[in-house]
Design a protein around this ligand. Structure first.
Ligand code: ADP
Ligand code: MG
Length: 329
C-alpha cells in the first residue's frame, strides 16, 4: 500500500434520499494519515451521510472514496477491517455488561482466548471502565457509554477511526474527558481519526484540519488557525433591541460599510456582525452610525475571530441559526 496516500480520500460524493433530499452535493475530502480531521457542520449538513458512505454503510449516487487505501465501493470488506466506527447512536447492547460487549465485538473480528481477554482488559483500563465492567451497560452514565462505544470501535486495532458526534448529549465534564481521550488516541497510537461535530469548540480543540460542511457541501477547509487567520481584524458583534426587517438590514449594512476601518458587515434579525481592523477603535463610530439609523443597541462585544465567524463568512448565516432553521422544519 502506498503509505503516503491519504488515509481517507473522497471525490465528488453525491447522495440524495427519496429523489429530492440532497444530503451530499459533491463532497471532496483528503485526510492525512495519523491526523485528526474534523467535519464541522450544523444538524442536517450531511456529516453522518458522509461517514456512512466512508464506512461502507451507505452507497453514494456518484463519486468515489478510498479509506486506508481501499475503495469503499469495490472492496467494502477490506475497508471494514481497516476501520473502527463509532456511530452517532450507541452501538452497545444495554443488557450485556461492558466486558461482554467488548468480548462479543472482539469475537466478531476473530479474536479469541487469551489474546481476546488481554485486549478487553486493556481497553477497559484505558477507558476507565474496569470497575464498571461487570455491570450491564443500561446502568452506565452517558459518558461511560460513550467511552465504551469508542472502546468497541478500537477492539480490532483499526487504522482509521470514525467518530460521529462523539460528545453530543454529554455533560461538560464527560465531554472534556472524552476530548482528552480522543487527543491521546491520536497522539499515542498514530490513528487517523475523522470526527464529526456540531460543536465549534470541539473542532477547534481536537482537529488539526477542519472542513466546514453546509447543505451537503464543503464551504471551507483548513487548520482552525488558518481559517480564523483569514478573517482580517477583530469581530464586533452588536445585539439589537428590536429585530431588523429586510429593508432596515440593507440600509444599515450600507451605512456601516462606510465606517472607517470596517471591512465586512453581516446583519440578520437581531444581530449585526462587523469585521474591523481594530475592533475597539471602531465601536464608537459603529454605535454612532447605528444611532443615526435609529437602531437601538442592547450590547456590543469585540472578539478575536472564532470558527463561528468563519462559518458566518462562508455560509452567509450564523451557526446557531442553522440549528434553529433545522429545528423549525
Ligand atoms: N435515511 C434518510 N432518509 C431520508 N433523508 C435522510 C436520511 N438520512 C439523512 N437524511 C437527510 O439528509 C440530510 C443530511 O443528513 P445527515 O447526513 O444525517 O446530517 P448531519 O449528520 O450533518 O446532521 C438531512 O437533510 C437529512 O434529513
Ligand atoms: Mg449526524
Amino acid at each position: 500500500m502506498n503509505t503516503r496516500a491519504p488515509a481517507i480520500e473522497a471525490r465528488q460524493l453525491i447522495k440524495t434520499y427519496g429523489g429530492h433530499v440532497t444530503a451530499l452535493d459533491g463532497i471532496d475530502l483528503a485526510v492525512e494519515r495519523g491526523s485528526v480531521f474534523g467535519l464541522l457542520g450544523p444538524n442536517g449538513a450531511g456529516k453522518s451521510t458522509t461517514v456512512k458512505i466512508l464506512t461502507t454503510l451507505a452507497r453514494p449516487d456518484s463519486g468515489t472514496a478510498t479509506v486506508a487505501g481501499h475503495d469503499v465501493l469495490r472492496h467494502p470488506d477490506r475497508v471494514r477491517r481497516a476501520i473502527g466506527v463509532v456511530a452517532q447512536g450507541s452501538g452497545a447492547d444495554p443488557v450485556a455488561t461492558g466486558r461482554e460487549n467488548l468480548r462479543l465485538q472482539g469475537r466478531l473480528y476473530g479474536l479469541k482466548g487469551a489474546a481476546l481477554e488481554q485486549r478487553v482488559d486493556e481497553l477497559l483500563d484505558r477507558f476507565t471502565l474496569t470497575e464498571a465492567a461487570r455491570r450491564p451497560v443500561k446502568g452506565y452514565s452517558g459518558g461511560m457509554r460513550r467511552r465504551l462505544d469508542v472502546a468497541l470501535g478500537l477492539v480490532h486495532r483499526p487504522e482509521v477511526l470514525f467518530l460521529d458526534e462523539p460528545t453530543t448529549g454529554l455533560d461538560p465534564e464527560a465531554r472534556s474527558a472524552m476530548w482528552d481521550e480522543i487527543g491521546r488516541l491520536a497522539a499515542e497510537e498514530g490513528l487517523t481519526i475523522l470526527l464529526t461535530t456540531h460543536y465549534l469548540e470541539e473542532a477547534d480543540r481536537l482537529a488539526e484540519r477542519v472542513a466546514v460542511v453546509d447543505r451537503g457541501r464543503i464551504v471551507v477547509e483548513g487548520t482552525p488557525d488558518a481559517l480564523k487567520g483569514e478573517l482580517r481584524g477583530d469581530a464586533v458583534h452588536v445585539e439589537l433591541r428590536e429585530p431588523l426587517g429586510d429593508a432596515g438590514r440593507t440600509l444599515l449594512t450600507g451605512a456601516l460599510r462606510g465606517v472607517p476601518g470596517v471591512h465586512e458587515v453581516l446583519a440578520d434579525g437581531h444581530r449585526v456582525s462587523v469585521r474591523a481592523d481594530d475592533g475597539a477603535a471602531a465601536v464608537p463610530a459603529l454605535l454612532a452610525a447605528l444611532e443615526r439609523a435609529g437602531v437601538k443597541v442592547a450590547t456590543a462585544t469585540v472578539a478575536r475571530p472564532s470558527l463561528d465567524d468563519v462559518y458566518l463568512r462562508y455560509a452567509g448565516r450564523r451557526y446557531s441559526e442553522t440549528e434553529a432553521l433545522v429545528g423549525a422544519r
